[in-house]
Design a protein around this ligand. Structure first.
Ligand SMILES: Nc1ncnc2c1ncn2[C@@H]1O[C@H](COP(=O)(O)OP(=O)(O)OP(=O)(O)O)[C@@H](O)[C@H]1O
Length: 389
């Protein structure tokens, strides 16, 4: 996946002259030590990250950790004190105010927590707003706004005023306004945090649905780890202005790397987070012949064709015979195959103790084998069987 946004050693000190604070930070000092010595607040302390094109990239952390400052530096509402922000390879930090306005108008859109709609303008005019700023002709922008309102499920609400809509609907308008400009980067700052829990879940599902077709690069700020896990393709966790952990949701829960991050992961529903790929074992080849390949697994084995697609199961007795004789025995056993992206909760539902279970990729090729022990160990957060504690 190509890189859309890259942040290199970004610092933000809220001070007229950040020189001394930067020296302290670069010399290993902390946000606290800068405040203690200089009375200056550090927003960002040497943050570097890379956002792939099409990512739903979550910036997560406790209040005051620097999430909003990071987002505001990216769209340059905050002036970075040092560092580079590369948008498709171009550093936007040194850009003139005029060039910056152009970047903001055409390349990035914001969705805010409290919607930031114009209260006296109808919904459709709010959605058109970014296009108007870009100088798009009235008829054309109206058509685009109508299209995008129907994408977010508000086709019938265009001629209402924002206050006539519920909170969830207003946030759909905020989303529609951001999507209407066709900017490829969306910055969503706690966009769903003000919504009631049920509406919030609905909006999260809606965003996931939209993202499947829109494929935007989304920087999503949240203080809610569950939201980060649900939406994120990658998560960056911040503390005291620093980026303390970055990775996929599964990798962060598996290896938090610090007590600060581990504290977020305790309540995670592992069965819904982890997939078959994350716990499967590499297939062990037991036999290879002109008619296929036999690989071993819990509850028996699997017979594969030469393309490594599963064609049959082999029971434990048949595997024992094969091991004794070195010949492929007659008779076949039951088997199951699950896609590598299947969540463990669904894998567990289909599990049968007397079936060998294969994990297959999109083309149906076997990529791993799965037994009950691996599934249970991951759900219970125990070391996987065979793994050191
Ligand atoms: N304009 C400002 N002037 C001075 N300090 C600021 C300013 N904006 C933010 N800060 C400070 O920078 C630090 C990071 O704040 P920021 O708002 O980025 O955190 P956050 O993780 O987004 O928190 P929250 O979830 O509460 O919004 C905090 O210590 C905050 O007090």
């Amino acid at each position: 996946m190509s890189e859309r946004l890259r942040i290199e050693n970004l610092y933000k000190v809220f001070a007229k002259d950040p020189t001394e604070a930067l020296q302290i930070l670069r010399g290993g000092g902390t946000k606290d030590s800068v405040f203690g010595k200089l009375g200056q607040v550090v927003g960002l302390d040497g943050v570097s990250l890379s956002v792939p094109s099409g990512a739903m990239y979550m910036i997560m952390g406790l209040s005051g950790s620097g999430k909003s400052t990071l987002a505001r530096c990216v769209n340059r509402l905050n002036e970075p004190s040092a560092g580079r922000i590369l948008l498709d390879g171009q550093d936007i930090v040194p850009l003139s105010e005029k060039a910056l306005r152009e970047v903001r108008r055409t390349r990035m859109s914001m969705v805010f927590q409290h919607f930031a709609l114009l209260p006296n303008k109808r919904v459709i005019e709010n959605v058109e707003f970014g296009l108007k700023l870009r100088g798009v002709a009235p008829a054309q922008r109206r058509k685009r706004a109508e299209e995008i309102l129907s994408v977010v499920g508000l086709a019938r609400w265009g001629y209402h005023l924002p206050h006539e809509l519920s909170g969830g609907m207003r946030q759909r308008v905020g989303l529609a306004r951001a999507l209407a400009t066709d900017a490829d980067i969306l910055i969503m700052d706690e966009a769903f945090s003000a919504l009631d829990p049920l509406i919030r879940t609905e909006m999260q599902d809606e965003l996931l649905r939209l993202q499947r077709t829109l494929n935007k690069t989304i920087l999503f700020i949240t203080h809610d780890f569950q939201e980060a896990l649900k939406l994120g393709t990658r998560i960056a966790i911040m503390s005291e202005g620093k980026l303390v952990r970055e990775g996929t949701p599964q990798s962060i829960v598996l290896e938090p790397g610090s007590d600060y991050v581990a504290a977020f992961t305790r309540e995670v529903d592992r069965a819904r987070l982890f997939d078959a790929h994350s716990v499967m074992k590499a297939p062990t080849v037991l036999w290879r012949g002109p008619n296929g390949i036999v690989v071993g697994g819990a509850g028996g084995g699997l017979l594969l064709d030469q393309q490594e697609h599963v064609v049959a199961g082999l029971g434990e007795a048949q595997i024992a015979t094969l091991k004794q004789t070195g010949e492929l025995p007659a008779g076949r056993g039951p088997y199951l195959c699950v896609p590598e992206g299947a969540r463990l909760v669904d894998v567990a539902r289909s599990y049968r103790s007397d079936h060998a279970m294969g994990v297959v990729d999109d083309s149906g090729k076997l990529v791993g084998l799965l037994g009950a022990e691996q599934i249970l160990a991951r759900i219970a957060n125990l070391p996987s069987p065979g793994e050191a504690a």
